[in-house]
Write a protein that binds this ligand. Structure first.
Ligand code: AG3
Length: 283
């Protein structure tokens, strides 16, 4: 069976596999200072955004990723007030973070302003909280931002990055995590997107090693389905500055005053269960 021009395909380098989404038309195509940003209307997944040919967001399944990047960390921290998002230019993570009434500041530091401007045009729902008075949108290098941040200035740092290649590679390093740890207040938590358990287990292991090297005292990988990302299975890795991740506020999560479509307390607990091969890889 051959794929014709009405299919958008992301081939997964070295994995002999790919995702294809049937497209109706291309809505936007630009080369920003950093990357190629494309928007498609798909037949069954709504609007699709790709960066340099890699799937970032579709209307249909982004809720799983954005909820799992946000709520596990925010319901593990005792009382998150100041949240930093590194990357996350489509603003989907920002929207989830701002659903927490206790959050007083959600600062997003995205390298490429064009990603956010294009998201505002084509993903208005993800950007619906961008004008919340608690939101601060910055367009600069997140690695430098965290290195320059005042000590103890955030409660939670969420790293909503692209794959660990190019400018995003530094977001997976021990040096970056050490700066995150310094920028976190006591009790602080960092959460980073950590790729596919099936395809990238060695990367997840190296993240755990880097987090420990940086001084984090506990780390755990939360896994969840993400059918448009490589292997269809994805993860977020959380780490605690100086405590444990067992401080999950289950009752607060159960009584959350906002709607979710994936996250709930049972999912929170289940997502931390490591499949046997991952448990062995992580040692
Ligand atoms: N974060 C991108 C995860 C990496 C996807 N990788 C891929 N398609 N090869 C997405 C940003 C969503 N806020």
């Amino acid at each position: 069976m051959s794929l014709d021009h009405s299919w958008y395909t992301e081939e997964w380098a070295g994995q002999g596999s790919a995702i294809s989404l049937k497209t109706v038309k291309k809505l936007h195509d630009e080369q920003s200072a950093y990357q190629r940003i494309e928007i498609y209307q798909t037949e069954t997944f709504g609007t699709l955004m790709t960066l340099d040919g890699l799937v970032m967001v579709t209307d249909r399944d982004n809720f799983i990723y954005h909820e799992m990047m946000s709520h596990p960390a925010l319901f593990t921290h005792a009382a998150p007030r100041r949240v930093l998002i590194v990357g996350g230019g489509d603003c989907g993570t920002l929207r989830e973070v701002l659903k927490h009434p206790g959050v007083e500041l959600a600062e997003q530091v995205e390298l490429d302003e064009r990603v956010t401007r294009v998201a505002e045009m084509f993903f208005p729902a993800l950007c619906e909280s961008n004008n919340d008075p608690r939101a601060r949108l910055r367009f600069t290098d997140g690695i430098k931002w965290v290195a320059d941040a005042a000590p103890a200035s955030y409660d939670v740092i969420i790293v909503d990055s692209t794959d660990p290649v190019g400018p995003a590679a530094g977001l997976f390093s021990a040096e970056f995590y050490a700066n995150c740890r310094r920028a976190l207040a006591p009790g602080g938590i960092v959460a980073g997107q950590s790729e596919s358990p099936l395809f990238h287990a060695p990367l997840i292991r190296s993240m755990h090693t880097a987090l420990r090297t940086a001084g984090f005292t506990d780390a755990a990988t939360f896994n969840f389905p993400q059918c448009t990302y490589p292997s269809g299975w994805w993860s977020a890795t959380l780490a605690s500055k100086d405590g444990s991740l067992a401080t999950f506020r289950r009752e607060a999560a159960a009584a959350r005053p906002f709607a979710t479509r994936y996250y709930n307390p049972a999912i929170h607990a289940a997502a931390t269960a490591a499949p046997e091969f991952l448990r062995q890889t992580l040692g």
